[in-house]
Design a protein around this ligand. Sequence first.
Ligand code: RB5
Length: 147
Amino acid sequence: MEIGIAADHGGYELKESIKNFLVSQGHHITDFGAYVLDSKDDYPDFVIPLAHAVVNKEVERGIAVCGSGVGASVAANKVAGVRAALINDHFSAHQGVEDDDLNLLCLGGRVTGNMAAQELVTAFLNAKFTGEERHLRRLGKVRALEG
Ligand code: RB5
């Protein structure tokens, strides 16, 4: 799968770990930065370009990491067409895709460990949107807010 990934300094180490894992699984990764650990960098500078790439279908799914995952999800959801969520549990990692068509997974580099992140990312990437009518109806109501 074509996957985009981004992180600020709070998520940099986890991003690198996830990237190595996904490459080992045969995925192709586009890294939107940060490319160095810089304690003064700002998550929107990396997450917003990733969010645009998801919407423009340059990548199939996105993964964004900041310290908590909160800032990344707040920023990503400002881009119309992005459905981002901070995920800390396995159920939400796949159900968010199945029901809500989640297309950008957010993680907290200061919250989630490397191995747990691998399980969350795997559940997210393996899940597919069901396309069921009730979910399409609900997402239509969300999309209506995007103008
Ligand atoms: C950076 O210190 C930190 O605020 C950021 O990575 C993130 O946790 C924001 O939500």
